[in-house]
Design a protein around this ligand. Structure first.
Ligand SMILES: Cc1cc2nc3c(=O)[nH]c(=O)nc-3n(C[C@H](O)[C@H](O)[C@H](O)COP(=O)(O)OP(=O)(O)OC[C@H]3O[C@@H](n4cnc5c(N)ncnc54)[C@H](O)[C@@H]3O)c2cc1C
Length: 353
């Protein structure tokens, strides 16, 4: 079956939906294709139950749809007050070939689970899952669980596991900034007016005051400040949800890097060995755009991410765009709106005629 549209958007996550909203406002015809059976599938299907937005709501709004004034500052994944979307079920076996002038990559930087290569992992005797399949620690009560990765997902999953009575350990391989959400919110607000190094210095002082020296618990701060680090590498500060207190009490054990796995035994680089029933890999995600997009090299690198840095990352050649969230401490979604406004101004109306 053949169909034509002006703009084809690949991915119905927040970026794809935001793009569609902007195009609707501009009366530009478009179609969204989505590989899963719902919109915002990362949030609906691949996030743990207790998840709340890590950033305050004012930094996470979609264009043309502000959060209601009475919405919580940190929006929970599961809320009794929520938006509904009603969609037609298109689950048929019909293959549609779209012809489109403009193609927008909105398939996300979290499109596939990233699990490191570890010798012996395939023969691990217990259960090994990626954080995208973890829902709640309730089913792991009494089990020996190792969480690999100390980003926001890993630290929160470790807290959830320990709170549900799992004997929990976490692998902390690299330096990490641990913060509280109020400090990050303050930083994101201040950095709009004050140089980032000054703001970072303040944030680190505040966090040290809150947490004290965590190095004796195996958690070391990076030399670069939290907002600068995010800008340079994309690595976010960890927002503590109670994990640090459990680490200080010895309820969650901090372990170093894994060297290999033998049956149910995990060996660490420092020579330590421990048996685990479950390993949860909170080791991040990767883009899959390069697997479905052919000739996308004008815009994407080998990892399926934009070649150019913000604010020049969003446009490739021949009508190729990305609604992509590779921003530093800036609001992650709202720049989609400005990209689309620019696209409208520069390109689309001319070429539509
Ligand atoms: C645990 C966790 C916590 C987070 N917390 C925050 C936060 O507090 N604040 C924040 O701003 N961000 C947060 N993020 C970042 C998150 O990436 C964004 O919030 C947002 O989901 C990104 O939107 P997106 O539309 O770019 O990508 P996604 O939400 O990943 O959506 C991409 C969509 O494209 C679809 N897709 C992929 N490939 C194809 C294909 N070939 N064909 C068709 N469809 C395809 C996917 O199924 C998916 O529905 C968090 C992420 C995680 C994992």
């Amino acid at each position: 079956m053949e169909e034509q549209t002006v703009v084809l958007i690949v991915g119905a996550g927040p970026a794809g939906l935001a793009t569609a909203a902007c195009l609707t406002k501009l009366s530009i015809p478009h179609v969204i294709v989505e590989r899963e059976d719902s919109s915002a599938s990362l949030w609906r299907n691949r996030a743990y139950d207790r998840l709340k937005l890590h950033l305050a709501k004012e930094f996470c709004e979609l264009p043309h749809m502000s959060y209601p004034a009475d919405a919580p500052t940190y929006i929970p994944k599961i809320s009794r007050k929520c938006w509904f979307s009603v969609a037609r079920d298109v689950a048929t076996s019909v293959v549609v070939r779209y012809t489109t002038r403009f193609l927008i990559v909105a398939s996300g930087e979290n499109s596939a689970a990233n699990i490191p290569v570890i010798p012996g992992l395939h023969d691990f005797a217990g259960e090994a899952i990626h954080s995208s399949r973890f829902k709640s620690g309730a089913v792991y009560s009494g089990k020996n669980v190792l969480v690999v990765g100390c980003g926001n997902s890993g630290m929160e999953i470790a807290c959830d596991l320990a709170s549900h009575g799992a004997n929990t350990s976490i692998v902390v391989r690299s330096p990490v900034h641990v913060m509280i959400k109020e400090i990050i919110r303050l930083g994101m607000t201040l950095v709009q007016h004050i140089p980032v190094n000054v703001v970072d210095d303040l944030l680190v002082r505040l966090a040290n005051f809150v947490f004290g020296d965590l190095s004796r618990h195996g958690i070391v701060r990076p030399k670069t400040g939290p907002l600068q680090l995010k800008a340079e590498t994309g690595r976010s500060a960890v927002i503590d949800v109670g994990t640090v207190g459990l680490i200080k009490k010895g309820i969650i054990k901090v372990l170093g890097n894994i060297s290999r796995i033998k049956g149910s035994i995990v060996e660490f680089e420092n020579g330590r060995e421990s048996a685990f029933d479950v390993i949860v890999f909170a080791t991040g995600y990767k883009s899959t755009a390069n697997t479905w997009l052919k000739n996308g090299e004008s815009m994407l690198n080998n990892a399926g991410l934009p070649k150019q840095e913000f604010p020049n990352h969003w446009k490739g050649a021949n009508g190729l765009y990305c609604a992509w969230l590779v921003l530093p401490w800036m609001p992650r979604i709202s720049p989609v709106a400005s990209c689309l406004a620019t696209m409208h101004k520069c390109d689309v109306p001319d070429k539509m005629n």
